[in-house]
Design a binder for this molecule. Structure first.
Ligand SMILES: C[S@@+](CC[C@H](N)C(=O)[O-])C[C@H]1O[C@@H](n2cnc3c(N)ncnc32)[C@H](O)[C@@H]1O
Length: 309
């Protein structure tokens, strides 16, 4: 019997309440993932409950799990990110795309998506291309990040005509210099940098590591200076003014592109930022504002969507 032959215990039942179309609703099927992506095998071991799992505090294990998930469920080959880059939890990122796909007006298959701040991982356009076959544009201020996404595209020839990348030259702008005259997008997505300083970003990551350690029955993560398990090159995770100021700029600028994008959307990590964001959007005269709650077990995140059309 192969080590990874299926038994009841081998599916990790961690993912609950994801969007009904989310392919990760049944948890991680480690035997199937290892079969598609053998590089994952050395990282998969039974956890304290006897279920197959990986060490989520080990950046290499988490990155390899992501590569396996993207390979197995989305046919993306050779996904990789530079050391220290933000390593996105795939089920949650896929949820955002599924909820966005439910917005009115996005029913047809010829959707164009704009991702503000695609990072080195390019996760939103990669998923949107592979799940719904959408045409996507990914932007970032970080050219190194975009070079990495370009490498992923090069390894997946099917993506070449569907995913293009544009550099934002001005870190205070989101749409200017990106949306061209006469161009139209059906939806824009964004996962803003959420911390207000590098120090805050490091503290946040240490907290995450401590929580993971506690869930393994340890008191504290065994590390002084956190190598960030969910990654995050400094600038990916923080910007001056944090999530709130980033959102304010995004919302304000969206008014000027009101006829060139049907739905503007953004992830909001800090619940306190929802109320002011809605107030700014209302002030600009949006015709429809929606707050979409996404649940993963006990964790709740929100997507705010607004339209002027
Ligand atoms: C939290 S990361 C999100 C990365 C990826 N989308 C994800 O969800 O994992 C935020 C990204 O926004 C980028 N960014 C910051 N300011 C930006 C701007 N004005 N325009 C485009 N991207 C920006 C950062 O470089 C970073 O890659």
């Amino acid at each position: 019997m192969s080590t990874f032959q299926r038994t009841k215990k081998q599916t990790n039942p961690v993912r609950k309440n994801l969007h009904p179309r989310n392919r990760h609703n049944q948890g991680y099927d480690f035997p199937a993932l290892v079969k598609s992506h053998p590089a994952l095998a050395p990282h998969v071991k039974p956890n304290a409950y006897g279920n197959l799992s990986i060490n989520f505090a080990d950046p290499l294990a988490v990155k390899t799990l992501n590569a396996a998930l993207l390979h197995h469920y989305y046919s993306i080959l050779g996904w990789d990110i530079p050391e220290g880059a933000l390593c996105p939890p795939i089920p949650g990122r896929a949820d955002y795309i599924h909820y966005v796909a439910d917005l009115p007006g996005l029913e047809n298959p010829d959707i164009r998506l704009l991702d503000i701040g695609t990072g080195a991982n390019g996760i939103y356009p990669l998923l949107a291309c592979q799940i719904y076959g959408w045409q996507c544009v990914g932007t970032d201020i970080n050219t190194q990040s975009l070079e990495n996404v370009a490498e992923i595209i090069a390894k997946n020839p099917g993506l070449k005509d569907r995913l293009t990348l544009r550099t934002q030259q001005d870190k205070n702008r989101m749409f200017e210099g990106i949306i061209q005259t006469g161009e139209f997008f059906d939806v824009s997505v964004c996962n803003p940098p959420f911390h207000a300083s590098l120090d805050e970003a490091l503290k946040g990551s240490q907290l995450k590591l401590n929580n993971l350690a506690r869930s393994r029955g340890e008191q504290k993560a065994n590390t002084q200076s956190p190598t960030l398990n969910f990654g995050g090159l400094g600038a990916e995770l923080w910007c001056k003014g944090g999530e709130q100021l980033f959102l304010k700029k995004l919302i304000k600028e969206s008014r000027g592109y009101s006829t060139q994008c049907r739905w503007f959307t953004s992830l909001i990590s800090k619940s306190d930022n929802v109320k002011p964001a809605k107030k700014w959007i209302r002030k600009l005269g949006a015709l429809d504002i929606r707050e979409i709650e996404m649940r993963q077990g006990n964790k709740v995140t929100r997507v705010l969507a607004w339209t002027f059309i």
